[in-house]
Design a protein around this ligand. Structure first.
Ligand SMILES: [Zn+2]
Length: 473
């Protein structure tokens, strides 16, 4: 009996080692392509195209995947810069998500001090790395399938306008994930982790008020101020804060407020975000904001309409799948900075007023459930369509917040490239394992159905509107 157990143990060990060796070669090949992918990322970083305007970035990623034998379907979900690149056939179908949009006004050079280029966009969320590393992972998985003579499909999803444009929501609504078994993604960050990280469901809209202009001193009684309506609406929603769930968030900016003080503004616009950890709660919260807008219009003698701009679900996570991604990220490990990168990092840390702690650049955070929901992501909608898991890789100097000049700067250096290649490896390793383990996929899907509920109905939070292709204009 004991002998049998020993033989079984040796067999298992042998199998595990074989599997290890099998993945080592494709991972090593992926590492060797760092300079190639680094250049692609830097090119996208330089273009820094904003949501739905990522024409060159999308084309470059399409070309890269197509040259590797992927079939490209461009302009999906009625979005010119969205695409799906497919390799292989049959099941399983594994999807890798990639983004490539930049943020307005955040342009910054790849140096450790602030040099902005007024008015231009910048990659302050690292999506140039996101898209490139995801494409690299998809290509590595394709190479593995080819080398092993395995059937199955790997798909890269080119997802535009994550920053406020909800690109993936339209892609989900169009049913593009219907045939997918598992979706993987990642995000640039200031440390390595693969913890379940919640995201807030979000509904955002532009409220527009229409009044009547008049001379503000000569004939004010003739005018009806659209700006008054915006202010009244904001006042009411600010009072609402006391009477809403503590985990809810409301924020706004006035995007149009009139042209001159001596003219009663006949047009004004305010751009609102409302967020909550749960989809159904954000729906109710947003309805109250609409009521405030209606009340404001009524009280100021103006009229109002609104345009939904974004709407994303919270993020659903499947523990078994998330733990696999974490385990694999730990296998890959962290990165180290060379001397020059260290000098850069110290300067950035100084600008942030924080000590430089390299712990989770050089290692991966232990698995924990402590992360709190901060922002929102359109990955949320994908995560309700198909089991989805991801990771965050250290592409920025520790302590760097997203959407900062420090994030743009590091993303334009070798620090960004190193971190992104590390993410690509963890995703590729996970993808290869999934193709080797159909039973695991089944188990994940079962768990997903249990968590989501079989009676779940997908309601796109931005309704049936067409993609807001001009939301950055
Ligand atoms: Zn982002």
């Amino acid at each position: 009996m004991r002998n049998n157990l020993l033989i079984l143990w040796i067999l298992l060990l042998f199998q595990a080692t074989l599997a290890q060796v099998r993945y080592e070669k494709p991972l090593k090949e992926l590492s060797e392509e760092s300079a190639f992918y680094g250049e692609i990322a830097q090119q996208i970083w330089t273009w820094a195209e904003m949501g739905y305007q990522e024409t060159q970035s999308s084309a470059l990623l399409q070309r890269t995947l197509s040259e590797q034998g992927f079939t490209i379907e461009a302009g999906v979900a009625e979005i010119p810069t969205a695409f799906v690149a497919t390799y292989g056939s049959g099941s399983p179908v594994i999807a890798i998500l990639g983004e490539y949009d930049a943020l307005p006004g955040l342009s910054q050079k790849a140096v450790a001090y602030k040099v902005s280029n007024e008015g231009r966009a910048g990659h302050a969320c690292g999506h140039h790395l996101f898209g490139t590393a995801s494409a690299a992972a998809a290509i590595a998985i394709k190479n593995y399938l080819e080398a092993q003579g395995k059937s199955g499909t790997v798909k890269f999803y080119g997802c535009p306008a994550e920053e406020g444009g909800s690109g993936k929501v339209y892609m989900t609504r169009a049913g593009l994930f219907n045939d997918v078994d598992i979706a993987l993604h990642w995000h640039p960050g200031s440390g390595n982790s693969a913890n379940p990280r919640p995201a807030l469901a979000n509904k955002s809209a532009k409220f527009r008020f229409y009044g009547r202009s008049a001379h503000a001193a000569g004939a004010p009684q003739e005018g009806r101020s659209a700006l008054d309506a915006v202010e009244a609406m904001n006042y009411m929603t600010n009072l609402m804060r006391e009477h809403m769930d503590m985990s809810a968030r409301i924020h706004y900016v006035i995007t149009r407020g009139g042209e001159a003080p001596n003219v009663v503004p006949d047009f004004a616009e305010v751009y609102y975000y409302s967020r909550h950890p749960k989809r159904d709660e954000v729906i109710k919260l947003f309805d109250r904001i609409i009521d405030a807008a209606k009340g404001a219009a009524l009280g100021t003698g103006t009229t109002m309409d609104y345009e939904m701009i974004g709407g994303t679900h919270d993020l659903l996570y499947v523990p078994t799948l998330q733990k696999l991604v974490h385990k694999n990220f730990q296998t890959i490990g962290g990165i180290t900075y060379d001397e020059e990168e260290m000098v850069f990092a110290k300067e950035i840390a100084k600008s942030l007023g924080k000590p430089l702690n390299m712990e989770y650049v050089e290692a991966v955070e232990p698995y924990n459930l402590l992360a709190k929901a901060g922002g929102s992501t359109d990955v949320g909608d994908v995560s309700y369509a198909v089991p989805t898991a991801g990771l965050r890789a250290a592409t920025w100097v520790p302590g760097t917040p997203a959407h900062s000049w420090q994030a743009v700067a590091a993303g334009g250096t070798s620090i960004g490239t190193k971190g992104m290649m590390n993410a690509a490896k963890a995703l590729a390793l996970t993808g290869m394992q999934l193709f080797d383990d159909p039973v695991f996929i089944e188990q994940v899907q079962k768990e997903f159905m249990e968590i989501r509920g079989t009676d779940f109905e997908y309601i796109p939070l931005l309704g049936d509107r067409k993609p807001a292709l001009d939301y950055r204009n």
